[in-house]
Design a protein around this ligand. Sequence first.
Ligand SMILES: Cc1cc2nc3c(=O)[nH]c(=O)nc-3n(C[C@H](O)[C@H](O)[C@H](O)COP(=O)(O)OP(=O)(O)OC[C@H]3O[C@@H](n4cnc5c(N)ncnc54)[C@H](O)[C@@H]3O)c2cc1C
Length: 332
Amino acid sequence: MLLLELPDISMKIAVIGAGIAGITFARQLAENANVTVFEKSRGYGGRMSVRRSGHWQFDHGAQFFTARSQQFRQLIEELARQDIVAQWHPKITTIQPGKKPFRREWFEPHYVAKPSMNALVKFMAIQLDVRLQTPVIEIAQQGSGWLLKDADGKGLGNYDFVVCAQPAPQCYELLKDHFAEATRLLQPNYSPCFALMLGFSKPLHLNFDAAVVRESPLGWLGLSTSRPGRIDSNAIVAHSNNEWAKESFEQSLELVQKELLNATQEVLGKHVAKLVHVELHRWRYARVEQALELEFLIDREKGLAACGDWCLGNRVEDAFLSGLALGKQLEG
Ligand SMILES: Cc1cc2nc3c(=O)[nH]c(=O)nc-3n(C[C@H](O)[C@H](O)[C@H](O)COP(=O)(O)OP(=O)(O)OC[C@H]3O[C@@H](n4cnc5c(N)ncnc54)[C@H](O)[C@@H]3O)c2cc1C
């Protein structure tokens, strides 16, 4: 098996997952190696993706991101110049049923991508070879490299090096029989989250743009109104709180939707009369509760590695930093 030296352009690297970690890694190495990204979904961004339905557009995963490291700030500044990212200044409040809402302040800049959250990853991937709607179901050792296989056992190509950039339990499924560090992939644990997507027939005139909700199945309500670059303004994404999602995870989606709708009605009151569209998404691996506290995992001898938010934390920036650190490591 190859012992990784500095990559050269003939070196074939497969990345599994077109979320921000996988795309950041691929972008870092694109000039020094032959990199292909495989993504099971129809679009880019993973947990930063967007759902478009009828007239509405829902950022149903990450709502915003912050930039605390110099590396991520540098990327955000570059993308702000390209008009892909903008600072978000919502009127934000805390709502607790039965109590008076109170205004919250943010003490650091919060950003969104334009016109939808996945635009950030999509823009970063412009020059990359990304195969959408291509789930990788198995990796098998072949000669000195790896053969990737799809759901029918069909080969997706041979690669010298494979990087898994999915949530840790999904990396484990692909790497468990091959990777020296496989059991470490079982360490990070996650909370799920339900995202209720609500489309309204008319603009809502509420006295907040986003709300942290307490003592409710809900944890967050975000209106599209004040998010920069959105075309439509009549959409709301309501996230369940993580604890409630854990308890309700095995319940029928119909019941979950009903309970979240009731909770939303408590917050929105009469405005619910304008509701004309409802959808629910269940995020199994939404929030990393316990991260690994390592930038990435790598098995140089085998030519395998893994990265993602779960290495460092539970935010967009953590996923970016993990992908970047792995890319720099392989660059030498
Ligand atoms: C509801 C919710 C709200 C959030 N809110 C915020 C927030 O406000 N701010 C913040 O900073 N962070 C937030 N986060 C967290 C943030 O979205 C993540 O930390 C970050 O997007 C993770 O990026 P990633 O690249 O590590 O993983 P992912 O985005 O999960 O990317 C992994 C990719 O791998 C693909 N994949 C998986 N298996 C396969 C396979 N077998 N073959 C091919 N492709 C595969 C997936 O489809 C996915 O695209 C939120 C997350 C959720 C779910």
